[in-house]
Design a protein around this ligand. Sequence first.
Ligand code: HEC
Length: 119
Amino acid sequence: MLRTKKGGEKNEILKLIVLSMMAVGLLFSFAFAGDAAKGKALFNDAKLSGATAGKSCNSCHADGKGLDAFKKEFMGGKAKSIEDATNMCITMMMKGKALDAKSADMANIVAYIKSVKGK
Ligand code: HEC
């Protein structure tokens, strides 16, 4: 196909639009992906979300070992997601308040659990 000069400019503009959309997308994924280092601190915090049982996630799941964030089912099917399973542990095991599944704290805890997979 023959490209006119005008068509070429249109392609450049399109490329620019696609590139800037990708940049924005990348920014958003960084903002919401969760921070494993922050998650590790929360994982070791016995007072997480008002917990009073004196235990952190780490007391029972040392260094996240054995937890697999990439499974399809948690708690033998009683929890639909890792966020659900985490909230079950926070409320039942730690006597804390459930975290908003979409909160930064939850994203950070999940990022930490993902980061220790296979270790
Ligand atoms: C008092 C001990 C205890 C504490 C504290 C605890 N858990 Fe658990 N957790 C368990 C037990 C017991 C299970 C169910 C058995 C299993 O699968 O390991 C479980 C299961 C889970 C599961 C699901 C595992 C699976 O494969 O189905 C996740 C995810 C999890 N815990 C994360 C956390 C996180 C995150 C914290 C801290 C916010 C936490 N737990 C605190 C004992 C604890």
